[in-house]
Design a protein around this ligand. Structure first.
Ligand code: ADP
Ligand code: ADP
Length: 233
């Protein structure tokens, strides 16, 4: 079973109003287990809209969206929230960390939301993740005092905290310098591979995209036919 399967996904904003616009015009996409997929395309082409739909944060206007084999379009808000919490992790361009909380505490946040695990276990798992992204010496520092690259590494650890089947990463390296972007990207790749997590990675950086398993191009609300991977040429 693929982790994600989209069939004929359409999305319109301002439905029924004079300024109604269709932004996604029938997107088909399959993401297999453990696949690391780059999502590229011009600004305004619909990448964020697509990620919001796959992340169950916004609903499509038409089409089918299966997450780990389960059709989601008929689910109510509570069911979507539950499925999202257990299945999907997020990393954004702006990390949205809680500055006054330590690195470890920020990674614990999604675990506290999901419940079911004791606080000791959560702290141990969060510390382990912080170590895996190379931040052990800063584990108890307030997130607000870390560098931009370090903060984004905390955000990666937090996104992977629940060992999600799918991680959605919307330009997570977008406002980092080349060296920090490289470190964050490689950590994302290594830790997601270790966990078997599939990743949709939105980027404008062709150098990073080339290192992904596959590149998906979004152009004017559609997915362009895929070119063979550079390594296959
Ligand atoms: P990208 O992420 O590729 O830059 P977006 O998905 O953010 O593209 O936007 C695609 C198009 O949808 C743009 O024209 C944008 O203005 C429009 N759009 C996005 N969100 C909304 C919204 N909530 N209401 C109306 N239009 C929107
Ligand atoms: P991106 O980084 O994808 O280009 P934007 O800056 O275009 O993001 O959009 C940021 C947020 O604003 C998104 O949540 C998007 O849904 C919303 N948005 C974008 N365009 C519009 C619009 N025309 N009307 C209302 N909301 C919009």
């Amino acid at each position: 079973t693929p982790v994600v399967r989209l069939r004929g996904i359409r999305k319109s904003f301002n439905v029924g109003e004079p300024n109604e616009t269709e932004v996604l015009h029938g997107v088909d996409l399959v993401v297999r287990r453990g696949e690391f997929v780059a999502v590229m395309g011009p600004s305004g082409s619909g990448k964020s809209t697509l990620l919001n739909i796959v992340g169950l944060l916004d609903r499509p206007t038409a089409g089918s969206l299966e997450i780990t084999g389960r059709e989601t379009t008929g689910l109510d808000e509570a069911e979507l929230t539950r499925l999202r919490g257990h299945t999907i992790g997020f990393v954004f361009q702006y990390h949205h960390l809680i500055n006054a909380f330590s690195a470890v505490e920020n990674v614990m946040m999604p675990m506290l939301g999901a419940g079911g695990v004791g606080r000791e276990d959560m702290a141990r798992r969060a510390s382990d993740l912080i170590a895996r992204v190379g931040l052990a010496p800063w584990a108890d520092q307030p997130a607000g005092r870390l560098s931009g690259g370090q903060q984004q590494r905390v955000a990666v650890a937090r996104g992977l905290a629940m060992e999600p089947a799918l991680l959605l990463a919307d330009e997570p390296t977008g406002n980092l310098d080349t060296k920090s972007a490289d470190v964050v990207f490689e950590l994302l790749r290594t830790v997601s591979r270790e966990q078997g997590t599939s990743v949709l990675f939105v980027t404008h950086n062709p150098e990073l995209a080339r290192r992904c398993d596959r590149i998906v191009q979004v152009v004017d609300g559609r997915i362009a036919p895929e070119a063979p991977h550079p390594s296959a040429r």
